[in-house]
Design a protein around this ligand. Structure first.
Ligand code: NAD
Length: 356
């Protein structure tokens, strides 16, 4: 097994360093190779995703990614901006399934804007289709309106569309993921209004026949948005299209209130994946040794679970994170009175120790 390690910019190097230490301590047989990505790659090679980095990512079973971006690259032409590296990796690796867990640890319930009893112990997984839907559907553009409410007026339009294979593969990913969790999938659609999502619902229902051990229910997106703040613990795995997933995954992430704690993954059909924290490169705290490495460490756990088939090792890391939180250790972003403030490396040390 091979892991491509791409720390990137800002706090990326600090947090990925801690995740790599944790991975090495597991005593598993895999090779790790590091490469530049983002702004630092542009500085060194004139491109945020150099050929050599892309080659390494393609050859690897999984990519552990830190973060990219810094204000100093904001004036570059779009194709050279650090963030283009993520888009390039998604496209070249065919990463169509985005996993965003929202986990609220008992000790961090105060960070949520919801009542503690609603979020304590929350553990849901939002799976968003990442390469189709209205974000990519053609045709799109601006024109003179041919009909509708104001014929002849200037208008802009996009096209929502999904093919059967696109829905089938994301549905399979969701059912497989549910097998590793509490065996429940909620498919979110807008079948009452949109043809695309009536089709989505029909195809998900057909695919479900291959997964009789998994419970499936369907929910309209407006209701899902309400339920996420009313009773979020009712969900296990939520699967939906690109646009609804974009919105719901951010809503779900905020239920936990702590961005420094949230891992994410994007997978392709052969389970190859890109694993990264949900946050960015945090240039405001880069180099200060205070960034929270837990989202990245938890991303490494997801990598073990979903790309490398090492469920036990994944749980070892997740339990170690729970243990350090129970010990009261906190980086400044999740600090509250009565707990112990630690830096990035100390947090990494504590997780290593808690691995047992
Ligand atoms: P950000 O997520 O980097 O930071 C937002 C706030 O959260 C900041 O105050 C930051 O200090 C804090 N924060 C983020 N991660 C933290 C951590 N691990 N520990 C403690 N505090 C943390 O978002 P931003 O400020 O909007 O963007 C900064 C740069 O990151 C930009 O260049 C942006 O384009 C880039 N970005 C990259 C990614 C990515 O690489 N996937 C994602 C989002 C933003």
């Amino acid at each position: 097994m091979k892991i491509a390690v791409l720390p990137g910019d800002g706090i990326g190097t600090e947090i990925v360093e801690q995740a790599v230490r944790v991975l090495k301590a597991l005593d598993l047989k895999f090779e790790m190779e590091e490469a530049l990505v983002g702004g630092v790659a542009y500085d060194a090679h004139g491109h945020p995703l150099p050929e050599s980095t892309l080659k390494l990512a393609k050859e690897a079973d999984a990519v552990l990614f830190g973060a990219v971006g810094d204000w100093k690259y904001d004036k570059l032409e779009r194709q050279f901006r650090p963030e283009q590296a993520i888009l390039g990796l998604r496209k070249n690796l065919g990463l169509f399934a985005n996993f965003r867990p929202a986990i609220c640890y008992e000790q961090l319930t105060h960070a949520s804007s919801l009542k503690p009893e609603l979020v304590a112990g929350l553990d849901i997984l939002i799976i968003r289709e990442l390469t189709g839907d209205i974000y990519f559907g053609q045709p799109r553009g601006k024109r003179t309106s041919p009909d509708g409410n104001f014929p002849g007026a200037e208008e802009a339009f996009d096209t929502m569309r999904y093919t059967r294979p696109e829905i089938e593969r994301i549905a399979r990913v969701a059912f497989e993921a549910a097998r590793k969790r509490n065996k429940r999938v909620t498919s979110v659609d807008k079948a009452n209004v949109l043809e695309t999502f009536q089709f989505w619902k029909d195809v998900v229902t057909e695919v479900h026949k291959d997964y009789p051990d998994i419970e499936l229910d369907h929910m309209y997106v407006d209701n899902a948005a309400m339920q996420l703040v009313k009773a979020p613990k009712k969900f296990d795995v939520v699967v939906t299209g690109n646009m609804f997933g974009d919105i719901l995954s951010d809503e779900a992430a905020m239920l936990t209130g702590s961005i420094g704690m949230l891992p994410s993954a994007s997978l392709n059909a052969s389970k190859q994946g890109l694993y990264e924290p949900s946050h960015g490169s945090a240039p405001d705290i880069a180099g200060k040794g205070v960034a929270n490495p837990l989202a990245t460490i938890l991303s490494a756990a997801m990598m073990l679970r979903y790309s490398l088939d090492q469920e036990e090792a994944a749980q070892r890391i997740e339990n170690a994170v729970k243990k350090v939180l129970a010990q009261g250790l906190r980086t400044p972003d999740i600090y509250s009175e009565g707990t112990t403030k630690v830096g990035t490396r100390e947090m990494g040390d504590a997780v290593l120790k808690a691995l047992g």
